[in-house]
Design a protein around this ligand. Sequence first.
Ligand code: ATP
Length: 362
Amino acid sequence: MESVSKVYGGHHLAVDNVSLEIADGEFMVLLGPSGCGKTTMLRMIAGLEELTGGELWLDRTPAADLTPKDRGVAFVFQSGALYPNRTARENIMFPLRMAGEEPAAASTKAAGLAKILRIVPTLDRLPRTLSGGQRQRVAIGRAIVRQPRIFLMDEPLSNLDATMRTELRQEIGAMVRDLKVTTVYVTHDQVEALTLADRIAIMRDGRIEDVGTPAQIYNDPATAFVAGFLGTPRINLLSATVRVTARHRVSLDFGTQTLPLPPTDRRSLILSRHDGARVIVGARSDAITPAADGDDTDQLSGTLRALEFHGNQWIAFIHCGIEVLNPDFVGPAPTTSRSLVERPRIRHAAAHGSALSTMARS
Ligand code: ATP
């Protein structure tokens, strides 16, 4: 896609100057909040929506020269509509039969896909007798049976319960990798994005705000919005001012507290040229550790506001007396929550240099 835009009704800018190259066989996830333009992107790729501006290419062919049928795309929606009077097998076979394939060959292909999608026992049943997850598997089977060049999926798991969602997510991942079909997958679920994608494009207000592998986006987000979109609990985002001493030592001034960065830290080197700059500091909770008692040099102290038990971890909410958007902190599970709660003012939430990630573009 080159500088692609879509304006609805003459004024509503749904996709705003997006450029994106998706490689052959790549699994690209479009992730973003509701209304950011994800579905519109898919519909333009499929040829269901005309571009208002820019160009879209499929391989070396301008998509404008191709009808939706010629594009070789298969689309799976939130709830794949099936033909109600045809069995699961007939639904999956349907596109092959329409293309003139013999019933026996089509049936064999349907059975092969049913195995991958684990719906063999349901093949001779009608859609209304299937569960939501089984129906969605049939819809996926039907979409992919003709070996599309591009597989487009628009929140295919959103109508399923949590267990079914995890199971089908894994199967979609395995199936797409086996078949090596280029896939564009829309979701607003960060777990789906992180687990399925080769690359993720994070969208906001019709634009792509960041694009990269899940690890790149998670560890080195382009903006504070992107940082806040991935990761549970949400990343801590703190406003600070950079202070550089005469000896090039860098500290982050949070207003009421100051945190020196280790001089060897990569971020120290970058920030040492930006005395007085306002920055947003992102610190994921799993990078923050309680400081040892008496170690006052590179830590922040705060007041414990709440402690939540999450099964495999505790999450502490700490007020640091600074602008803290999401002051959470994950520590080793205390033997009892009371031992921490009973100390009204705990000295920790030390954000060591290694725990900090400054976002250059923020
Ligand atoms: P969701 O996650 O809620 O499905 P989305 O990211 O897929 O959202 P789109 O469906 O692409 O977003 O919509 C982007 C914007 O364009 C929204 O503001 C939506 O209201 C608007 N929009 C979508 N389709 C049309 C249409 N046919 N006519 C007018 N506006 C539309």
